[in-house]
Design a protein around this ligand. Structure first.
Ligand code: MRU
Length: 330
């Protein structure tokens, strides 16, 4: 299994996703500041993986501040810095709110507690991926041609993945063809999903985002399977920018549109998608590919990293517990 993150006593490293698919390099993360930067720069990314990274970052902070008098202030500031990296994926905040509670409840042996918490979270996400794979492959059934968006595999989680985990599990039963959107502007599809699908020997084809309608029609796509970063109680689901557009295409072509995410991605505190904060990223991500300028830096740009698909457009939300269907009351 590809590991998005590795942790042992006093040591954390992440697979640097900005280097893929050209370089498979684990990057040692020396302190929580480096972890916050890695999350912000998408060296580690994907909702479940961000949650784990925040836990590992908090562990590093606890080691750094363990003998400080003002330990409490320092660790809570570090946790806030980790939280301030990316606002949309709820997994980050689900992890940090449990960590805050843990520290308040029992301030003894915090490093030990945070180390075990990180390992437990990795284990939870790994098992959750397997369960989503089982539940999703059974629910979705006999599909041959699948379209997916962004990256929802081992890199985005810890395990076989969410949407990609379901796709992997379906591929164990019968031959499938997967079409992966490149996912502008940061190219998670072309760099990461294609890399994972190729490693798994799944027949996969890269397309640019604007090819989706033509490919759905020409290749007789059976269904669209994607992940989520935050799901509201009514089922409205935030995911990588471009997902909402795919749901509209699914409706037009009358094909099912599935969201796959662990229960940790459901934010039961919010009633609907209007309450989800959408991350707006640096405009240079649109003006450049990697560091190469593709347009003038004087042109006005918008760069929302996520969009929200209304629940009524989602055929099913598959979690590690069950396949929910519309109308959702999660
Ligand atoms: O900006 P990213 O790459 O972190 O966005 C990731 C996604 O949108 C994924 O689809 C989502 O986190 C689900 S990953 C299991």
């Amino acid at each position: 299994m590809i590991e998005s993150i590795r942790i042992s006593k006093n040591k954390v490293e992440i697979l640097d996703q900005t280097q893929l698919p050209f370089l498979e390099k684990y990057l040692p993360i020396k302190d929580y500041r480096e972890m916050a930067e890695a999350i912000f720069k998408l060296k580690i990314r994907g909702a479940p993986a961000i949650g784990i990274a925040a836990a590992a970052g908090s562990y590093l902070a606890s080691l750094e501040f363990s003998d400080k008098k003002d330990f409490s202030d320092k660790i809570f500031t570090a946790i806030t810095d980790l939280e301030n990296t990316r606002p949309t994926a709820v997994n980050l905040f689900a992890a940090t709110s449990k960590i805050r509670e843990m520290i308040q409840k029992n301030p003894e042996n915090i490093s030990e507690q945070l180390y075990n918490f990180t390992l437990d979270l990795m284990n939870y996400e790994k098992i959750a991926c397997e369960k989503m794979g089982e539940i999703g492959s059974k629910f979705i059934g006999n599909v041959k041609n699948i379209l997916t968006h962004c990256n929802t595999g081992s890199l985005a989680t810890y395990g076989i993945g969410t949407a990609l985990g379901v796709i992997r599990t379906i591929s164990l039963n019968h031959q499938i063809k997967v079409f992966a959107d490149e996912t502008r502007p940061l190219l998670q599809g072309s760099r990461l999903t294609m890399w994972e699908l190729n490693k798994s020997h799944i027949d996969s084809t890269l397309i640019t985002d604007n090819m989706a309608a033509q490919i759905i029609k020409k290749e007789k796509i059976d269904c669209i399977i994607v992940g989520a970063d935050r799901i509201a109680k009514n089922g409205d689901s935030a995911n990588k920018i471009g997902t909402f557009g795919l749901a509209i295409l699914a409706k037009h072509f009358k094909i099912p549109f599935y969201i796959v995410a662990p229960e940790t991605t459901i934010d039961r505190k919010i009633m609907n998608g209007d309450e989800i904060k959408i991350e707006e990223r640096n405009y240079n991500e649109v003006r450049k590919i990697k560091d190469y300028p593709i347009t003038s830096d004087e042109f006005k740009v918008a760069n929302p990293a996520f969009d929200v698909t209304p629940s009524e457009m989602i055929t099913a939300i598959i979690t590690d517990e069950k396949a929910y269907q519309y109308p959702y009351n999660l």
